[in-house]
Design a protein around this ligand. Sequence first.
Ligand SMILES: Nc1ncnc2c1ncn2[C@@H]1O[C@H](COP(=O)(O)OP(=O)(O)OP(=O)(O)O)[C@@H](O)[C@H]1O
Ligand SMILES: [Mg+2]
Length: 405
Amino acid sequence: MKDIFHELLSSGNIIKNKEVLRPSYIPSFLPHREKQINELASILVSALKGEAPSNVFIYGKTGTGKTAVSTFVGKHLMKKGKEMGAPIHFIYINCEIVDTQYRILQNITNHFIKGWDERIPFTGWPTDEVYSRLINSIDKAKGVTVIVLDEVDKVKGDEVLYNLSRINNDLKEGKASVIGISNDLKFTEFLDPRVKSSLGEENLVFPPYTADELKDILSERAKLAFKENAIEDGVISLCSAKAAQEHGDARRALDLLRVSAEIAERLGDKSVREKHVRMAENKIELDRVREVIRTLPLQSKIVLLSALIGTKEYGSLTTGDLYSIYEELCNRGGYTNLTQRRVADIISELDMMGILNARVISKGRYGRTREIEVPVSNKIKEILEKDESLPDVENYKPKLQSKLL
Ligand SMILES: Nc1ncnc2c1ncn2[C@@H]1O[C@H](COP(=O)(O)OP(=O)(O)OP(=O)(O)O)[C@@H](O)[C@H]1O
Ligand SMILES: [Mg+2]
């Protein structure tokens, strides 16, 4: 019998340690974040002296190392606390997942409760009671509790931030401080000014990485992740340059490198080359588009399908052109059509998601319209064709005469 697992088990040519390439992996060395690590450490060092550190607000665009640096400093803080016999409790909460006042308070409290049967349930308790249980727990634990609220902009309501950022007023024995992290600058604008000032006693800004900095980050990671000579010259520079194009996002750079390596390995190639990076870029973009389309409401999908058919037929089309096709498709599929106004809104939404481009053009005294194009139309077509909820467009040809022509 053929050993079907042999080939799958025998490791490939390129990747030495998959673990190191996972998004959750935190390296023990974070190049180009020495300054931020130092700043955060010099705020948190009070905890080792038994004093409450100031609350900190960390802001920076996505992939600038906010989560990595905070967990990194937290680990070191706990280690030092252990060595010095200073009780430190470091609690990390991702508010994208834990997003209500109740759940946040419940989560922090349960951190201190060992027995499963004594834990606070997911729902059902009065919030006040959860809060007093939290106060008791931090007091009982003594020392300093550092609470990280990552993606803090996802928290529903200001109340919990207000309460937590002033928690020291209610504590007797223990002390606490809050680190809020966000990549959404608008969030702070809309925040209750009292919360803003108590949460942001200290503010840290993480700037985007430059292409050269990303190169260092990738090179460090590559040493751990890949076999010797598995990455050809130019690959790391290319990944860094591409990730630096919008803003220096380390996650994007690492994703590109990882997917390039996976593609090269799957193809059975000996090393990762620039062509694999280009393939990886396409794959990542396609995955993103696929995910966005998958979660679109049906009407938005029909609008997108109309745009696709229209641009295929005429190159580009106006909002009015698109609407005629949309009406025909709704008819065909037996769907009720939305108003032109609503369809125009959907077009704007799709434009913002980067699924189609809608450029405002002036038509002189006939006013303004939008010229619609679908940039990755082949990929989108492929995805929509597999969608069973959409009307069948196999032999469909739009009736209209394009107004653009
Ligand atoms: N200086 C660095 N050295 C090594 N790896 C880094 C560095 N900065 C970021 N990374 C890695 O890049 C990825 C993204 O970083 P991180 O999750 O910290 O970004 P973030 O600022 O929290 O982004 P977001 O706002 O999207 O949550 C992670 O895998 C992280 O380990
Ligand atoms: Mg993060």
